[in-house]
Design a protein around this ligand. Structure first.
Ligand code: SAH
Ligand code: AVI
Length: 321
């Protein structure tokens, strides 16, 4: 078993980027933070709990699809390596790795901003698949895709509908970077959550146990720890709602009173007026034609579109156009 970690974004660069994003986002109206800052060790664990909630159908739907299609997809591409972007704990990926082993593949490369998730996944997968070379790459998928070393034919995966956490403007350069990772016979496998009636979407982001609330508020603890902040999560309420016009969930933190705080390391005073919102995440929901058009703009062709029985979730297979 061999597990290696490559850092394309060391702790200093991470801290610099967080400081710049926090300053820019918290001095703008509405106040906004990039969703990637949820995922410290606690945030990654909380997301993992979310994936098991009864209301959060996404992970179960995608797992079911992979149980049905992973073998067929890997047989079609016959990759030497699977590269997973935003891999997290790479649980569903095991279905692809089982197939990779059967079809002579040898390497798994996981890219994530969270070093904690990469280490945990690397150890688990290294022990489970002794034949597999495992490379964890710590980096930002909006900046570091070109730095992922290549060992041969590739299946690049981006699961979990994490692409929905990007705006349409952010999606295009991201997909162009993905396209640039692919040689002619390589493929891109994208998991997307589909547009559906509002009630189920609302429930998925407002679970009864309050795990999504803890996940949302975790970004405040990240700011406190990394930037010397004194924000109190009890001063904020979790808010998540579906915007049918933009076909996306909006997730926010709402100030329950006037809050005066500061981020000492940025020497940045922070004032929230009562009911003022901090925009923490969007989660876009997709239709086939939107995915096909996004692929086309980035130089990819939608080759296969696989959905689960209820039409909740889709896997889109793209090839270079
Ligand atoms: N792929 C897994 C995890 C999804 S959670 C699944 O389908 O369940 C989203 C993952 O993307 C987290 O592990 C988070 O750390 C990572 N992530 C979010 N923004 C990122 C970014 N800009 N660059 C790299 N990883 C990112
Ligand atoms: C990682 N990402 C696709 C999740 C989503 O559904 O947008 C993150 C999440 N936010 C709240 N719950 C889950």
């Amino acid at each position: 078993m061999s597990v290696e970690i490559l850092s394309l974004c060391g702790p200093e660069e991470f801290a610099r980027t967080l400081a710049a994003d926090a300053r820019a986002g918290l001095t703008r109206r509405p106040k906004t933070l990039p969703a990637k800052y949820f995922y410290d060790e606690r945030g990654s664990e909380l997301f993992d709990r979310i994936t098991r909630l009864p209301e959060y159908y996404l992970t179960r739907a995608e797992t079911g699809l992979l149980e049905r299609c992973a073998e067929e997809l890997v047989a079609l591409v016959r990759p030497r390596e699977i590269v997973e972007i935003g891999a997290g704990f790479s649980r569903k990926t095991q279905l692809l790795l089982d197939a990779l082993g059967k079809h002579g593949g040898q390497r798994f490369v996981a890219l994530d901003v969270s070093g904690d998730a990469l280490r945990a996944a690397g150890e688990r997968l290294g022990a489970r698949y002794p034949w597999l070379e495992v490379l964890g790459v710590r980096g930002d998928f909006e900046r570091h895709l070109a730095g992922i070393p290549r060992s041969g034919a590739r299946l690049v995966c981006f699961l979990g509908s994490t692409i929905g956490n990007l705006t349409a403007e952010e999606r295009l350069p991201f997909l162009r970077d993905v396209r640039a990772m692919l040689a002619t016979n390589d493929r891109f496998l994208l998991g997307v959550d589909l547009v559906k009636p509002l009630a189920r979407l609302h429930a998925a982001y407002n679970d009864a146990e309050g795990v999504t609330e803890l996940f949302n508020k975790n970004v405040l603890l990240v700011l406190n720890r990394e930037l010397g902040g004194d924000l109190d999560p009890r001063d904020f309420a979790h808010r998540a709602f579906y915007d049918p016009r933009r076909e996306r969930i909006e997730m926010r933190l709402v100030a329950l009173r006037r809050i005066e705080a500061r981020l000492a390391r940025l020497e940045l005073p922070l004032v929230f007026e009562p009911t003022e919102e901090l925009h923490t995440e969007i989660s876009c929901k997709f239709r086939r034609e939107v995915v096909a058009a996004g692929f086309k703009d980035a130089g990819l062709v939608l080759e296969r579109w696989l959905t689960d029985e209820p039409g909740d979730f889709a896997l889109a297979l793209g090839r270079p156009g």
